[in-house]
Design a protein around this ligand. Sequence first.
Ligand code: SF4
Length: 395
Amino acid sequence: MSNSIKVDILEVILKITECCNIACRYCYFFRGGNIDFDERPNVIKKDTIHALASFLKEAILANEIKLLRLDFHGGEPLMMGKKRFVEMVELFDTELSQLVDLEYVLQSNGTLIDDEWVEIFSKYNVAASVSLDGDQAIHDANRIDKKGRGTYVRATEGLKKLICAARSNKVVFPGIISVINDSSDTKITFKHFLDDLESPFISFVELDLTIDELNQETVEKISNNLLAVYNEWERINTPTIVHDISVRNFNDILKQLVLSGTEADKKEKRKYVSLTIRSDGSLNPDDILRNIYPYLFTNEYNIKNNTLSDYLSDEKLKDLYRKLFTLPEKCNECGVKKICRNGWGFGSIPHRYSKENDMNNVNALCGVYHEISLRLCDLVIQQGKSYDSIKHNLF
Ligand code: SF4
């Protein structure tokens, strides 16, 4: 048995399904190199859900967790079906909600969201987000169903139901998660989300490519796309930094800079752990690493046999975090290293990996991350925050 490790915030990416009703061309889960989903149940079983409630209860008490965020993921999580989903959240509510601040988040492709699902999200406080790549032409280029048909119309119908419910305060406003690829024009996409879908909470995700898979042209296109969104986001949010238009890539860093040096800042720095729990109960690292380190995605640790501390004490996992926290020389000397953290601050880890040097590379998107980090600092200083108060985030 391992000694308990203190964790303030635990975020669990919970694979309630390992199957999907659509077949996106770039899907990292079903179309990446790691096909271990073949060995797991399509839908998490009842006995695994009960074991998970016990595992989490033990972790909350032993690891002194204050906030537990359960991210219901797939595949497509709504393929679990309504009855089983409701039974699951009712169990978690009963077993865990008295012990911890409990948040439910769900990431869907949107195509199965109907009025009944919206009622369920409303009743159990589930914050749902929808994956959408842009307008119909951009979205349908990659996000297709198994018959090759675009899914834009079905996905936006689901999103609109959520937006409508949010306007009458039945659910929290849905977010959009949007993949930036080298062929999309993100400025058009951003405008489409804001003006046509009236959806102001957006998270852009750069395609999960490693340095071995990227070439200079792709890097430039992805960087230009991200910068185009940044320019537009800054234009809309200036002169006052309001949070009406939230692009998570920038707002999370902005929040960190605005709060720096305050009491709230200390709270923000609480120890945070994120992990994936598979549909068979296996404990794995963050999903973003599944195609880089398939050997870490095993069933060696399982909620049925191990505690959270057992898993966090694993030498392979510690080694992974050592690699992620160790910065290459250029980053160590960089003025914005504490904001960017070799891309980690922007949610970008695969872009620093190569077979030859493992994680010991400067992120392929360094140029754009450097520019955006500096401009965010400028923005905060222009708004009256003193340089001294944010400098511990810079050096
Ligand atoms: S901006 Fe570039 S050099 Fe600086 S921390 Fe980020 S990746 Fe490293």
